[in-house]
Structures are given as C-alpha cells and as structure tokens.
Design a protein around this ligand. Structure first.
Ligand code: MV4
Length: 448
C-alpha cells in the first residue's frame, strides 16, 4: 500500500500496515528526504520538489509511484488529496484501491449546500438557513431577514471556516455577501454561497463513524473540538463533557442515519454545532481520517486506521453498535512549531533534541526525532500528545504532567506547549465550560 502523505499521519498509517502485515510504500518530496515515514516504510519513492502542488498534490506522480512499486492501494491520510473526488476516481480508473469512501460521497459532501440538503432529507437537524445557493443580493437579503440577524454567509465549496462572513445586521449584508462570494470564487473557483442563522459561541461536537461496503455502520462516540484558533483545532477530547448518555445515543443514531443515506463507507465524521440551549445542528461531513482520531481510538480500543484498510478490502465491519463501549477519557494536544508570542508564525529548522513523555496512558503520534529538520513548506503540526485516564479530571492532570515532560529543543524552534499548559490550567477548561470563543479569551492573557 502506498501512503500519499507525510508527517505524523504517514507514520501512523505505516504502523497500521506493519501490524496488518502489509508492505508500505512511502512517497516524499525533495524536502522530506530525511523524514521518519521514509525511513519506516518498506519502499520510498521521491515524487517531486518541495512545493506540495508538485509533490503531495501531484496526482499523476503519485499514481505512477503506485504503479512502479506495484502498490495496489493508496491511503491518502488527511489534507492533500484526501477529499479530492478526482483523485479517488483516478485510483478507481487505475484499479488502485482508494482507502476511503466512494468518490460520489466525497463529491456530495464537498458541496456544503448539497450535504445539508441530503442530511435534512434524511432527518438530521441542520442549522436553519437557505436551502439553495444565494442567486442575488436581493434574494440573499430577503432570506437573511426571514432567518433573522445575526446570520453567517458560508461558501458552498468551503468548509473548515474558509470564506465565512458574520453579518450582525442589515447594513453589513451587501459588503459581506459580495466579499464572501468573491473570496469563494478566488479560493475554490466556485462563487456559490449560502446563509445560516449565526449561533453565538457554539460548541463544536463531531461524531466518528465507521461503516463497511455491506451497509453496516457504527458510531464511535463524539469528540469535543471547541478549542480552535482560526479554525485550527488545538485541543480535542472524547467524550464531550456536554452530552448526556441519552443525547449521545440520539446523536450517534442520527449521524449513522445521515451517513447511510449517502451509501457511505470507511471512516467519516459528522460535524455539529451545539448552541447554549443544547440544540444540536449538522454543519458538514468530513470524508477522511481526521487529525484527532486517536482520542476516539483511546476510549473505544478500536484502531480506526486499520479498520479503514480492512473495510476498503471489502471486509465486513467487525463490530456491532452494542460492542462499542466508551471507556475513560482521552485528550489530544496538537503541538505545532509556531510561536504564540509572534502571532503563531511557523518556526522551521533543526530540532537538536527531543524527549517525548512516557508512562501510563500516554501516546505520542509524531514524526520528529533528535536531529530532524522541520521543513518550512508544510503544516506546522509536529506532534500530537494524546492522554487517556479513567475520567476527565485525571486525564487533565496526566496531560499537564506529560506537557511538562515534553522537550523539543532547537535554534529558533518555538512550540505551542506553553499555550497548552495555559489552556488546561484554566478553571473554565477544567469545568468543561468551553466554546468556540474560548481561545481568544486565553490569548488575551499576557503571560503565555
Ligand atoms: C458557524 C458558527 C456559528 N453559526 N455556523 C467555523 C468552522 C466551520 N466548520 C463552521 N464554523 C462556524 N460555523 C453558524 N451557523 C460558528 C463557527 C465558528 C466555529 C465553529 C467551530 C469551532 C470554532 C469556530 C470559531 C469561529 C466560528
């Protein structure tokens, strides 16, 4: 199997392959010659220069690498080509198994308007808003008035927060509409936008799903991902402190019903927003393995990456819903090579020394090692520190202990470890009283 990715997720996939007894083929750019995924894989093929578009996004080169090496499957990881329906189709056309859902599902969920339409029809609650793209300023304003301000304008081809505009009142509408649709056109080549009621300080809650090609699907509980900055998640946990057992079951069943409506298989995630009254609404679906999948693995004991591979080989799901038990609590801290004191500018360069924390309940998913150089071309994620313990309070103290033990040293290298410590020492965080505006309030503190 070829891994069309780099960094920690490429390493994570190679671990799963080794345990399944499947040979691995790494691909790498000129900047990743000395990467851990290249060292760990059975074979490695250089596919292009450092820029992602010439290497990790270069579909022809990746397909060629699969054919040359004799790989009969490709795992896309997350980012890069993971949610590109053309790439999934190209794999299918070359008789290469794409480790993920069918291209039709990727395409349908890539259009956020279509995704909402499908989910609404399947009985999944969606955020109130326009059911179609907004075709004119006038129509948009009428819909906005009907829904009631504040509203939010989102790009149909967007997702993850790109191309969004908050509109507080009527006077802001025209500017916001034109700039959102212009930004959408420039970023995605698709100017279509839609409108939603704006929810104040919602929680971000997502359901992990696993389904096979034979119509079986289970939910692996939810993840709370409300601590984000600029739509980048910083801390994720499972389960959410905000859901009762009853609500968890209801939401899990709703998510399964929605995903089954599109004939989904593989691992996938349904994203929801929860308002302060506890109402929950679908916003989008991610058709890939996600960065934060480990917290769901820790509380269920299920290796999601391995299951995705077995599912793509046509195997039947090995679990029924009643087999899924949620045990303890897990938290992931995304450690990036960025300087929080300099507006999170990425820091690249040589890491002279790394010490990863250990001990009970600790997992570190990372590609860094002493002597590794962080290239400046890619995402700044360098390690995911994942902890497990019997309950949330114990998991928080374990995370604190592990963050304090983690050493990443190198000239000019800064990490977000101090920021993580600040977050988890906050009384509101300890109480589980978090929402999507939490991180701004932390960053206003001047002593990070
Ligand atoms: C919203 C919202 C409020 N109301 N939609 C941002 C990322 C994208 N996945 C959806 N996002 C939001 N959509 C409505 N109708 C607020 C956000 C939002 C947000 C959501 C999750 C986590 C962090 C966030 C930070 C700012 C805004």
């Amino acid at each position: 199997m070829l891994i069309a990715n780099r960094g920690e997720i490429a390493v994570r996939i190679i671990y799963a392959l080794k345990e399944l007894g499947i040979e691995s083929v790494a691909v790498y750019s000129e900047a990743d010659e000395n990467s851990l995924h290249v060292m760990l894989a059975n074979y490695a093929i250089r596919i292009g220069p450092p820029a992602s578009k010439s290497s990790y996004l270069n579909m022809k080169n990746i397909i060629s690498a699969a054919e040359i090496s004799g790989a009969d499957a490709i795992h896309p990881g997350y980012g890069f080509l993971a949610e590109n329906p053309e790439f999934a189709e190209m794999c299918r056309d070359h008789n290469i198994t794409f480790i993920g859902p069918p291209p039709e599902a990727i395409r349908a969920m890539g259009d956020k308007i279509e995704a909402k339409r499908i989910m609404k029809k399947a009985g999944v609650p969606v955020v109130p808003g326009s059911d179609d793209p907004i075709s004119s300023l006038e129509e948009g304003l009428n819909i906005a008035k009907e829904i009631g301000f504040p509203i939010i304008i989102k790009a149909a081809a967007g997702g993850g927060g790109r191309g969004m505009r908050l509109v507080r009142d009527e006077s802001e509408f025209t500017n916001a509409f034109l700039s959102a649709s212009n930004e959408a056109l420039n970023a995605f080549g698709d100017a279509r936008v839609y409108i939603e009621k704006y929810l104040e300080k919602p929680r971000h809650i997502e359901i992990q799903l696993l389904g096979d090609m034979h119509g079986n699907m289970v939910y692996l509980g939810e993840r709370e991902c409300s601590i984000q900055r600029r739509h980048q998640k910083i801390i994720e946990e499972a389960l959410s402190p905000a859901l009762s057992e009853e609500k968890r079951r209801w939401l899990g069943e709703v998510a399964v019903k929605g995903a089954k409506a599109i004939g989904y298989y593989s691992a996938g995630t349904m994203e929801f927003l929860m308002d302060k009254d506890g109402n929950i609404y679908f916003i989008e679906m991610n058709t890939r393995i996600q960065v934060e999948h480990p917290v769901s693995e820790m509380i269920t004991g299920i290796d999601i990456v391995k299951e995705m591979i077995l599912i793509a080989m046509g195997e039947k799901l090995r679990y029924k819903q009643e087999d899924i038990k949620f045990n303890g609590h897990s938290i992931e801290a995304r450690i990036t090579a960025e300087d929080p004191e300099r507006n999170f500018t990425p820091t690249a360069g040589k890491i002279d020394f790394v010490h990863k924390p250990g001990g009970p309940g600790i997992r570190v998913d990372s590609h860094i090692y002493s002597g590794y150089s962080i290239p400046p071309y890619y995402d700044s994620l360098i390690a995911k520190l994942i902890v497990w313990d019997k309950d949330r309070i114990s998991a928080i103290s374990r995370l604190k202990r592990a963050l304090e033990e983690f050493v990443i040293r190198g000239e000019g290298i800064k990490t977000t470890i101090p920021l993580h410590l600040k977050i988890i020492e906050d009384e509101r965080f300890k109480k589980g009283d978090i929402h999507t505006g939490f991180i701004e309030s932390i960053l206003k503190l001047d002593n990070i």
